[in-house]
Ligand binder design. Structure first.
Ligand SMILES: [Zn+2]
Ligand SMILES: [Zn+2]
Length: 582
């Protein structure tokens, strides 16, 4: 018999509360090692009606079933891999593949569908998950769906749910899962002693520099590019393996995450033969099972893998993780490290060495967008509109102050009594509608307020570049000065060419234009201000953002002709190269 930990009980209570009020699908986020299967077991134990528990691999089906049985309950298993096809029990633990191929076996009404590792569910209605959900909903339109995961975010897709219970909007698009009703952060688990303390070591000896490689939208790297980069530095891998053995000699179980199959084979060549094994995607399942068992029984010390042991693999004795592959998201980094954080008798810490210098901090929150570049880190930016503390990618100075951030719209969820909750409409970056003045997302094609087409900056640039009497500057920086009481702005391009314009800030109209263009965007939109004088602007000039392009037209004739600035394009995202970009 198990007793639930307090947070597991909280997760159970949150689920009961939610489904008492609503049929909307919900997600529980628990870090690896938090004991998801016990939460599932308790929920299924409390239920009176029929329940299905789905998992994508048979190990998880088995684990979840075992925890349920340990509560003294009798549940069915439906999994070809486990050789069982029970469909009569009140609670059935099924593998997705087996169930999707035998939907006819489940023609009764189910009240609850629980999906383990639910970040795997895709929007594709032909996917096995969606087929199962559609089938069950046909029998019972009031079917409730609960997902559990450690990583509610996928690169290339974004957040898998829409609203977080702490008042945040995550995905702005519709999702199968509407609400995250409970989330437990990794640092809490470690602090409370539910997970092992990670001991991060800086690998000074040698490391890979994968920063020149661009991951795809879904976060994967090109294998050929990886191989050629690794092959360029033959001594690096050898030196790393020597260090792994030096530390690993005093460790119980060492997991090594390689970048490619060829890379993994090179690594295994440097490790002691009788103490090492390699598991890749092509490893036969019997062989994989045999190797994993040998590793768990500590007959093997070093287990090298290529992208296969990031989820669902449970070997609590692992006390060293060596990362020799690039990781494109905080979630994936946490998943990898999570393999070593389970509690185990005699284990006091887990050594983590990131030879790929991904720069991710284990305790960083997930930002929900791909990292713009390797110097970026999650920063907290308060909304001037609603006060919500947003987490965006950004940059900080030596004192930790935010000097730049890449957020677009506030993620605060405004809940008014008796109204449907709405996302705060404050925008840190925006495109102003030329027709009604409303602020739109920088990628918007039509104004959200008046519906008119919002000017496409690429069209503006293309047109201007075709005109003889127009000048386009790729703006690298902007400087301000007080010239006889007027504010003079100079836009500089990379080659030293410049354009300038002046504003009389004592004049109401001109002051308004300047503040809409520059004051509103002060501090990356996090500190909008209405500036009253040229001196005030000059004294705070480092807080202004420069436009990416400035377009001017020639006015006057002959000797009197000069350039007059017509457009300043801020936050440009399009096909033309910006300043300081390659
Ligand atoms: Zn806000
Ligand atoms: Zn408009």
């Amino acid at each position: 018999m198990y007793t639930l930990r307090p947070y597991q009980q909280d997760a159970v209570d949150a689920t009961l509360n939610h489904f008492r009020k609503s049929d909307a699908a919900a997600v529980i986020v628990l870090p690896t090692g938090a004991g998801k299967s016990l939460v599932i077991a308790e929920l299924t134990r409390l239920a009176r009606r029929r329940i299905l528990v789905l998992a994508h691999v048979r190990e998880l089906v088995e684990q979840n079933h075992a925890k349920y049985t340990a509560l003294g309950m009798d549940g069915g298993i439906f999994s070809a891999g486990l050789g069982r096809r029970d469909n009569e029990h009140q609670v059935t633990f099924a593998s997705v593949q087996s169930l999707a191929r035998n939907l006819d076996s489940f023609d009764d009404q189910f009240s609850l569908l629980i999906i383990d590792e639910c970040h795997r569910v895709s929007d594709d209605e032909n996917s096995q998950y969606q087929q199962i959900i559609a089938h069950l909903k046909e029998r019972n339109p009031g079917l409730k769906v609960l997902g559990l995961t450690a990583t509610p975010y996928r690169l290339g897709y974004g957040w898998i749910y829409q609203y977080h219970h702490r008042g945040m909007v995550r995905a702005e698009e519709e999702r199968l899962f509407q609400h995250c009703i409970y989330e437990l952060p990794l640092p809490f688990m470690i602090k409370q002693g539910y997970l092992t303390e990670p001991k991060l070591i800086d690998a000074a000896i040698a490391h890979y520099d994968f920063s020149s490689l661009q991951p795809s939208d879904s976060g994967s790297y090109n294998e050929t590019e990886l191989n050629s980069l690794i092959a360029k530095h033959p001594r690096v891998t050898r030196a790393i393996c020597e260090q792994i053995m030096e530390f690993g000699g005093q460790r119980e179980g060492v997991m090594i995450f390689a970048a490619t199959v060829r890379h993994a084979q090179e690594i295994i060549g440097y490790l002691p033969k009788d103490e090492s094994a390699l598991i890749i995607g092509d490893t036969e399942s019997d062989e994989r099972e045999r190797l994993i068992q040998a590793f768990k029984q500590k007959q093997i010390r070093y287990l090298v893998n290529v992208a296969v042991l990031t989820t669902g693999f449970d070997a609590p004795h692992v006390d060293m993780i060596a990362i020799l592959r690039p990781t494109a998201s905080v979630s994936l980094f946490q998943q990898i490290v999570g393999r070593g954080l389970r509690l185990s008798p005699g284990k006091t810490d887990c050594l983590i060495i990131d030879y790929a210098s991904s720069g991710f901090d284990l305790f960083h929150p997930e930002v929900g967008k791909p990292r713009p570049d390797s110097n970026s880190e999650p920063v907290q930016v308060f909304c001037p509109g609603c006060g919500h503390a947003n987490i965006f990618w950004g940059k900080t100075d030596a004192e930790g102050q935010v000097i730049e951030h890449f957020g677009r719209r506030c993620q605060g969820l405004l809940e008014m009594e008796g109204e449907t909750p709405q996302q705060c409409d404050y925008r840190f970056r925006f495109k102003e509608c030329p027709h009604c003045g409303a602020e739109n997302d920088i990628a918007a094609r039509n104004c959200h307020q008046c519906g008119e087409a919002v000017v496409d900056p690429d069209d503006l640039l293309k047109r201007a570049l075709q005109l003889k009497d127009a000048l386009v500057i790729r703006c690298a920086g902007v400087s301000f000065s007080n010239t006889n009481g007027r504010l003079r702005i100079i836009y500089h391009d990379e080659q030293g060419e410049e354009l300038s314009e002046s504003f009389d800030l004592t004049h109401n109209g001109q002051r308004g234009v300047f503040n809409r263009l520059f004051g509103r965007r002060f501090g990356d939109g996090a500190k909008p201000q209405k500036f009253q004088s040229a001196d005030e602007v000059v004294s705070q000039s480092e807080g202004f953002r420069a436009p990416d392009f400035v377009i001017a037209r020639k006015v006057g004739r002959g000797q009197n002709s000069h350039w007059r600035v017509r457009e300043r394009l801020f936050d440009y995202e399009g096909k033309y190269r910006k300043a300081n970009q390659l």
